[in-house]
Design a protein around this ligand. Sequence first.
Ligand code: SF4
Length: 221
Amino acid sequence: MNDKEYLPLSWLSQICYCPRRAAILLNERVWVENVETAKGRAEHERVHTQRIEKRGEFLKLYEYEVVSEELGLNGKCDCIEATRADNGCIIPAVDFKVTLFPIEYKHGKVREDELEYKIQLCAEAMCLEEMYQTNIPEGEIFFISSHKCLRVELTEELRIMVRNAASELRRIREAFIIPEAKYGSKCKKCSMLEYCMPKVKKSASEYCEKLKLEAEEGECI
Ligand code: SF4
């Protein structure tokens, strides 16, 4: 794994939302902001400052770097609650054993059906488990706007989804492919809509791309 690149853990939620979107972000390095993404980023940045809060035997670790060699992913966990427990693990921040409880912040209202959020949270927990040889049975998604939280059980089924999403992300990266667009209701909210052109047939979008390239070459002469 040392000669492989670690892929951003947060993009697991992108690939679950739409593989084409993840591939455009990963392979073409395109990021288009829309109202949803801007709002989400602003709320996220407000709660994000790297710090540790300690109250006796209870800690909150914010913006905690996580990595998994097995999954080939790295990223940051928004917040981890660490509570003293004899059956816990050792982490660098304290000299006693703790159990870990990861929390992922999201904007908007509570949405039970947001599988991609659960997959991201579970991936963070799996990184922590590998880093500290521990077991994390559950975590939480905190919805910033509504101040509500959703408890998530980190089941084996969810863990399989994480592994599958991570290998699909790596496959897209290594083969350098952009999957074909499949237009659906999710496209209306997608910030990549104009760039992706999901309603345009492949041959037509290729033709547009060819025209664009020819125009750019013409400008260079
Ligand atoms: S517009 Fe639709 S198909 Fe294109 S990247 Fe967004 S969600 Fe995927």
